[in-house]
Design a protein. Structure first.
Length: 451
């Protein structure tokens, strides 16, 4: 992509898009773009010197067509005015996944895939390599709390990538080492059914050349995979697993990491939750197979500070706790609630959930109801549509009606803060991948007044 001097992004505020925009900006390119919504992330990009506008303005597309690469997200509607303009004018267009694949070409790619867990696992892997002094470039699906960014750049030709299954994006990557954390049904608007999801993961595995680390119990067809296959688990004996697990304060754990090269005693992840021990096993497996030392792995696990909006503890004060989490799939919600109960035993947990996408709500309403029933109380918001148009008879009520939880209510976003002000809160958790993050600041301020 060296022939281009201008990089124009359609949907620049997406977490994956913004990392690539930052990459080209730091490499000296002239970067600009469009996004539908002003957000803290787009504001940060503007502060870094990237020009962004928030309404369709074809006149802001760079005029040097020959030296401009247009990168777009599949979330951009096909009839969007600027997209039609660059197509009609003959600009070179690539999807975000293709751009990442081209950047990864010629480097040793370490990729983390999975319907759940990939953001925390890839961010932890990037932290292991960075804190070990080897260094890596990394394109992450969240904001690392250690580095306050979703992009790391290094002269070392090793690239850590979060391999996104949406729109089969991860099939643009050809990893030297890959991990698959899960392969549950998701994005059925793209895949149709779970079998096609698993077929895509099998194709991703077949593109891995050196080693594949896959969670024990995840069953996909590996007959075409030429890489050496390893299994990992939380505490079930296999190639990589934890033993001698001891619960520490505040949801942390001390454990021994078992791997084919030996045992690494007294490991501890710097963020709470048993699920993050499992994520740490996967990240450590990739790092160890890559050649990172045992001691560097142990030290990095302890100094890891997590990812924004992933079990993100915003407040712990005066007997009140507030956790914000990106979970938007039933299994993610179930695991998060389990980890929250582990950290705050005996406390009453109130959840606020904003479903993400009409299709996901339709396809998994029973699973959402079952997972949310493990709360003590629930405030359920309307669906965040993202890229989708409404589907008749699909709404948050589909989840609400299937739940057995007694203390539950439906609310609009305008009603949310008043409802929270009226409630006694011990532990509050907000879930969702939409714009529920806009409430994190106001909720934190409201709960701080009670401390």
């Amino acid at each position: 992509m060296a022939q281009y001097t201008h990089y124009y992004f359609l949907g620049i505020g997406g977490i994956g898009m913004s990392a690539i925009a930052r990459y080209f900006h730091r490499k000296g390119g002239i970067v600009s773009g469009y996004d539908r919504t002003l957000s803290p992330l787009t504001q940060r990009l503007e502060q870094e010197g990237i020009a962004i506008h928030y309404q369709a303005r074809c006149q802001d597309v760079p005029t040097d067509r020959e030296h401009t690469l247009v990168i777009y997200t599949p979330a951009i509607p096909a009839d969007f005015e600027e997209l039609r303009y660059v197509q009609d004018k003959g600009y070179t267009l690539v999807k975000r996944s293709r751009a990442l694949g081209e950047i990864a070409r010629g480097q040793e790619c370490l990729a983390i895939a999975g319907t759940h867990g990939k953001t925390t696992t890839s961010t932890l892997l990037a932290h292991i390599l960075t804190s070990s002094s080897e260094g890596c470039s990394a394109f992450l699906g969240g904001i690392s709390k250690n580095y306050d960014c979703n992009l790391l750049i290094s002269d070392n030709p090793v690239l850590v990538a979060e391999a996104d299954e949406f729109d089969r994006s991860f099939l643009q990557l050809f990893p030297a080492i890959a991990a698959i954390t899960s392969a549950d049904a998701d994005h059925l608007d793209i895949y149709g059914d779970k079998d096609h999801v698993k077929e895509a993961f099998a194709a991703f595995a077949a593109q891995t050349s050196g080693s594949l680390v896959i969670k024990k119990g995840v069953e996909i067809d590996l007959s075409q995979c030429k890489a050496r296959i390893y299994r990992y688990a939380y505490d079930s004996p296999c190639d990589f697993y934890a033993s001698d697990i001891v619960a520490l304060d505040k949801g942390l754990f001390d454990f021994t990491l078992n791997w084919p090269g030996g045992r690494i005693p007294h490991c501890s992840v710097g963020i709470p939750g048993w699920i993050n021990v499992e994520n740490a096993i996967a990240a450590s497996a990739v790092a160890l197979l890559h050649g990172t030392s045992e001691e560097a792995v142990r030290e990095a696990l302890a100094s890891f500070r997590g990812v924004s909006r992933r079990f993100d503890i915003r407040l712990e004060q005066g007997g009140i706790a507030y956790v914000d989490d990106y979970a938007h799939h039933p299994e993610e919600i179930r695991s998060a609630i389990s980890s929250i109960r582990n950290r705050y035993p005996g406390k009453r947990i109130c959840g606020v959930f904003q479903p993400h996408l009409y299709t996901r709500t339709r396809d998994f309403c029973d699973g959402f109801a079952s997972a949310l029933d493990t709360l003590d109380e629930l405030i359920l918001l309307p669906i965040y549509p993202a890229r989708e148009l409404p589907i008749p008879r699909v709404s948050s009520e589909m989840i609400f009606e299937r739940m057995h939880l007694a203390d539950k209510c439906l609310a609009t976003k305008d009603q949310l803060m008043d409802i929270l002000r009226s409630r006694r809160i011990e532990v509050l958790v907000t879930f969702g991948a939409g714009d529920i993050d806009r409430f994190v600041g106001p909720i934190t301020e409201e709960l701080q007044k009670r401390c």
